[in-house]
Design a protein around this ligand. Structure first.
Ligand code: NAD
Ligand code: GLY
Length: 373
């Protein structure tokens, strides 16, 4: 059982450069407005090295040209590849398009790859960087709220397999993370809500005061108030950086970041990737995991209800699809936290504290039945 320790309170100034402490794999997370236009913030790696921007067909017309222009001052050559958009394309075929481009156009091992987009692009690009010529440098330029508060930080890279979410991948840290809050201006409302799921996650697992702050600012966050978003991204990254700094490869503590994800991944895989957004599935998964925490006697019902209410106020579904409890259980058994077929859940041990626990299938089935429509 892993129990989250008390995470240090925030010490951040409004314009932030955070460090993630991983020795020679450590790096900076830059958070602010207007960063995409600043060569000093964005450009990384050796001067005059080659660069490839990996993005998708939605994000490319919005931001690729700007990024390409700013990088041109630093790199000898900057190209862009725009992949098809969507979770359904987080697969081998799309990954191979990156390798085809890198090999076909003679990119060498000093190349820096820039992942410009949401978590799908970040995860796939990071995995491509981990594999290409046994590893080239990459930079995360997250453009969704979800990617800015979670997926761009910490070095988890992956593609999906039809049997399960993020099953093929590697731990591989970026050179830097550049979270330009201005890119959130063009994000659809549904994606803002999906990102808020991962913001809310940090409260129950690590910082109950932050949960209270999110409750007070949820409407401002949905309305994209920049100062509220800046605080949410900063505190989320601060907590994530602290956790990853303790346990980079998830031998214990890092698992708490998967609160709601065991149920959520089952929803995503069960419905077919891309039907529900990842953040929507995680939001609903947190409602289920909070209820399981109650049924395991760890927290009282009022705390679980508080979490569910906030998830609903974030614009997220709080009832899962009726796939049937046995289908959920089958899908959850291949979760990466499972041991010898025994599913392990991240549960809330106390407000702001989480741990990893096994649970009886019968109890889990009750939770699923209570929260699916
Ligand atoms: P996403 O990457 O699919 O992006 C969501 C949508 O927003 C896409 O259609 C994208 O094209 C569009 N988009 C991106 N930026 C935009 C912008 N600025 N303006 C307009 N549209 C924009 O989804 P996501 O929610 O960012 O990421 C979800 C993925 O992240 C999942 O695959 C999940 O498994 C992964 N993830 C990884 C980690 C990790 O630690 N590596 C953590 C959490 C989630
Ligand atoms: N999003 C879970 C993790 O990074 O560990």
């Amino acid at each position: 059982m892993t129990i989250s320790p008390q995470i240090p309170p925030s010490r951040l100034a409004p314009t932030t450069q955070l460090s993630i402490d991983l020795g020679d794999r450590g790096y900076q997370i830059q958070i602010g407005c207007g960063l995409l236009d600043r060569e000093d913030c964005v450009a990384c790696g050796a001067k005059s090295s080659q660069a490839l921007i990996v993005t998708n067909t939605t994000v490319a017309p919005l931001y690729a040209e700007r990024l390409q222009r700013v990088l041109a001052a630093h790199h000898s050559r900057v190209d862009t590849i725009a992949l098809p958009d969507g979770e359904v394309h987080k697969d081998w075929d799309t990954l191979n398009l990156i390798f085809d481009r890198l090999l076909g156009d003679g990119f060498d091992r000093k190349t820096v790859i820039y992942a410009l987009g949401g978590g799908v692009i970040g995860d796939m690009t990071g995995f491509a960087a981990a594999c290409y010529m046994r590893g080239v440098a990459y930079v995360q330029v997250p453009t969704t709220l979800l990617a800015q508060v979670d997926s761009s930080v910490g070095g988890k890279t992956a593609i999906n397999h039809p049997a399960g979410k993020n099953m093929i991948g590697a731990f591989y840290q970026p050179l830097r993370v550049i979270a330009d809050l201005d890119t959130l201006d063009t994000l659809p409302d549904r994606e803002i809500s999906a990102g808020l799921a991962e913001v809310i996650k940090y409260g129950p697992i690590a910082d109950d005061d932050f949960l209270g702050w999110i409750e007070q600012h949820i409407d401002a966050l949905r309305a994209r108030d920049k100062s509220a978003l800046a605080h949410a991204v900063r505190r989320s990254c601060e907590i994530k950086a602290w956790v990853v700094g303790q346990d980079e490869r998830e031998s214990g503590l890092r698992a708490i970041l998967n609160f709601g994800h065991t149920f959520g991944h089952a929803i995503e895989a069960g419905l077919g990737f891309g039907t529900w957004l990842h953040g929507e599935a995680v939001g609903c998964g947190m409602v289920m995991a909070a209820d399981l925490s109650v049924r395991c006697g760890l927290i009282d019902g009022a705390y679980a209800a508080r979490i569910a209410r906030l998830i609903e106020r974030a614009g997220l579904p709080i009832r899962g699809p009726r796939l049937g409890a046995s289908r959920y259980l089958d899908l959850m058994r291949i979760d990466k936290k499972s041991e010898s077929g025994q599913i392990r859940f991240v549960l809330i041990d106390a407000p702001g504290r989480a741990g990893v626990h096994p649970a009886d299938d019968a109890l889990v089935a009750e939770v699923i039945d209570a929260h699916s429509v």
